[in-house]
Structure formats: structure tokens, C-alpha cells
Design a protein around this ligand. Structure first.
Ligand SMILES: Nc1ncnc2c1ncn2[C@@H]1O[C@H](COP(=O)(O)OP(=O)(O)OP(=O)(O)O)[C@@H](O)[C@H]1O
Ligand SMILES: Nc1nc2c(c(=O)[nH]1)N[C@H]1C(S)=C(S)[C@@H](COP(=O)(O)O)O[C@H]1N2
Length: 176
């Protein structure tokens, strides 16, 4: 059986410069470890908010590492250097706007500034790429909302069969 690989890409000028610890990337790893009951391998990278670097990292995780899922954090807002959604769109063949719509809607329960995130999702080859905001606390808030649809999305991409700890998160796979 092939290895299940998941990419975790932190996009932050200050975390990549070592000014602060990357708590958001660590939160993604923690939350996914709680959700998934199958063995998986992480491919983890921290880079600054530079569109060519983000595109190259996403391409490498999708095409070379063959990650079935890539979760990014940071760079989704309106600030001049926030370009994660642009980089995501540039490397994807299909966009999955429902992910961003749902995450923004759910995030409004926590912060009125949820509407400032342009977070999106898309497909590159057999990889699903999902953007999360930069704040460490936003990671679980967003993943709890969209993750139930992720295993079936990966099934549709003919990727590995993800199994979950159902007392933590319940994946939904419509019956054929
Ligand atoms: N990877 C991270 N680890 C820890 N804290 C983070 C991380 N990313 C963001 N934060 C925190 O969330 C706040 C808002 O995040 P935002 O992505 O807007 O940062 P930013 O102002 O673009 O700066 P940077 O790109 O240097 O992280 C930051 O000021 C920081 O306190
Ligand atoms: N769930 C959740 N969504 C959130 C937030 C949050 O704290 N929790 N912060 C918001 C804020 S303040 C901003 S500016 C945008 C963009 O954040 P980013 O540039 O770090 O990606 O995400 C928004 N979405």
C-alpha cells in the first residue's frame, strides 16, 4: 500500500525568519493527528509570503511528494504581501470555492474579521489544496468545519482511503 502523505505549508514572513515559532503549522499537524486513524507522513515547510515560493512549494508537494492533501496557513488576508489564494489559484486546475465559503461562514461565529480572509481550495493533479488563515486558533475552527468532506474529495481524486477517529470527526461518504 502506498504511503499517505499530507503537506503542511506555513506561509509567514516572521515564522520563516525565526522571529516567532510556527504555531499554526504545528496546530495543523496536531489537529490532523487527532482526526486521522490511518498512518500518514507529513511533508512540512515554512516559507515567506512570496508568490513564486508558494507556487513552487505547492507544486513540489503535489507533483514530487504526491501529497493527497496540502493544508496551507497564512497569507489569505487583504495585506499587500498576502498572496496565498493567488498562488493557490495559479497552480490549480480546478477551484473548490465551497471550502472558503464554509470556513468564512463558520469563522464569523468566532471573529467579525472572518470576512477578511480570502482563503480558498483547489485541485492540482490528485492533490486537494486547502488554505487556512494565519492565526493559530483559526486552524481548528476552520478544519472542524470542512474536514468531514475531505476524505470523500480525496476518494474522488482516486487518492488513498483516509480513515478517521470518528469520535473526533465524522467523515461523510455518500453511498453510491
Ligand atoms: N505561523 C504562525 N505561528 C504563530 N503565530 C502566527 C503564525 N502566523 C500568524 N501568526 C499570528 O497571527 C497574527 C496574524 O497573522 P498574519 O498572517 O496576518 O500575520 P502577518 O501580519 O501577515 O505576518 P507574518 O507573515 O510575518 O506571519 C500574527 O501577527 C501572529 O501573531
Ligand atoms: N476562524 C478564524 N478565521 C479567521 C480569523 C480567526 O481568528 N479565526 N482571523 C481573521 C483575520 S483577523 C484575518 S486578517 C484573515 C486573514 O488572515 P491571514 O492573512 O493570516 O491568512 O483571516 C480571518 N479569519
Amino acid at each position: 500500500m502506498s504511503q499517505i502523505k499530507i503537506g503542511i505549508l506555513t506561509i509567514s514572513d516572521r515564522a520563516s525568519a525565526g522571529i516567532y515559532e510556527d504555531l499554526s503549522g504545528k496546530a495543523i499537524i496536531q489537529v490532523l493527528s487527532e482526526y486521522l486513524s490511518c498512518e500518514w507522513e507529513r511533508v512540512y515547510k515554512v516559507i515567506p509570503d512570496e508568490q513564486p515560493l508558494i507556487e513552487a512549494a505547492l507544486e513540489h508537494m503535489a507533483d514530487h511528494d504526491e501529497c493527497c492533501l496540502i493544508v496551507t496557513t497564512g497569507g489569505t488576508g487583504p495585506a499587500i504581501r498576502d498572496v496565498t489564494p493567488e498562488a493557490t489559484e495559479a497552480v490549480c486546475s480546478k477551484m473548490m470555492p465551497g471550502f472558503g465559503e464554509l470556513m468564512r461562514q463558520v469563522s464569523l461565529k468566532y471573529v467579525p474579521t472572518a470576512i477578511l480572509s480570502r482563503q480558498t481550495a483547489g485541485i492540482r493533479g490528485r492533490s486537494l489544496i486547502i488554505n487556512l488563515p494565519g492565526k493559530p486558533k483559526s486552524i481548528r475552527e476552520c478544519l472542524d468545519a470542512v474536514f468531514p468532506a475531505v476524505p470523500y474529495c480525496i476518494d474522488l481524486l482516486e487518492g488513498p482511503f483516509l480513515t478517521c477517529n470518528e469520535e473526533v470527526i465524522k467523515p461523510f461518504r455518500p453511498k453510491s
